[in-house]
Design a binder for this molecule. Structure first.
Ligand SMILES: [Ca+2]
Length: 155
């Protein structure tokens, strides 16, 4: 009977450890206990290094609900699970994200860092600076329902 309890305990511990593993989507804003995010995320494919500008009209033409995304200090851009530094230009200074305003961020395409895990020996990777699967990195534009500080924390 002791063996049975040990087996059950080991099984429960294994499940607890399995649940505690990160999924890699911790950067997505979920409400506790809800399967869907509370925020909308719009993917921007980036394949070349540079500074990118996403204007009000770009957003409007691609289905971003800019009429409800009106506060310039709530935009966020994520890449590889990390929030990126952005510049939000409120051209007319009315503190409303509207026509003529834009969001800028630095972006670059993929490199071989995610491919590295596929090789037993790192030196077997053909080129560490390029992915053999995809040259386009995914950046995600979102709008926080909360007011953000300059450090990106929720207030
Ligand atoms: Ca404005």
């Amino acid at each position: 009977m002791k063996q049975f309890y040990k087996l059950i305990t080991a099984f429960l511990l294994a499940q607890t450890v399995g649940i505690a593993q990160p999924y890699g989507n911790e950067w997505i804003a979920f409400t506790s206990g809800q399967p869907l995010s509370t925020q909308q995320y719009f993917r921007i494919g980036i394949w070349q290094e540079g500074v990118y500008r996403v204007s009000y009209s770009d957003m409007q033409n691609n289905g971003v609900p800019v009429t409800s995304w009106f506060s310039p200090d709530r935009f966020q851009v994520y890449a590889n699970g990390k929030e990126q530094f952005i510049h939000v230009a409120d051209v007319n200074g009315d503190n409303i994200f509207g026509p003529g305003d834009y969001v800028e961020f630095y972006g670059k395409g993929t490199d071989g860092s995610y491919d590295r895990a596929l090789y037993v020996n790192n030196e077997d990777q053909p080129n560490p600076y390029f992915s053999i699967y995809n040259d386009t990195a995914s950046y995600f534009l979102t709008y926080s329902p909360f007011l953000l500080t300059t450090e990106g924390c929720l207030c």
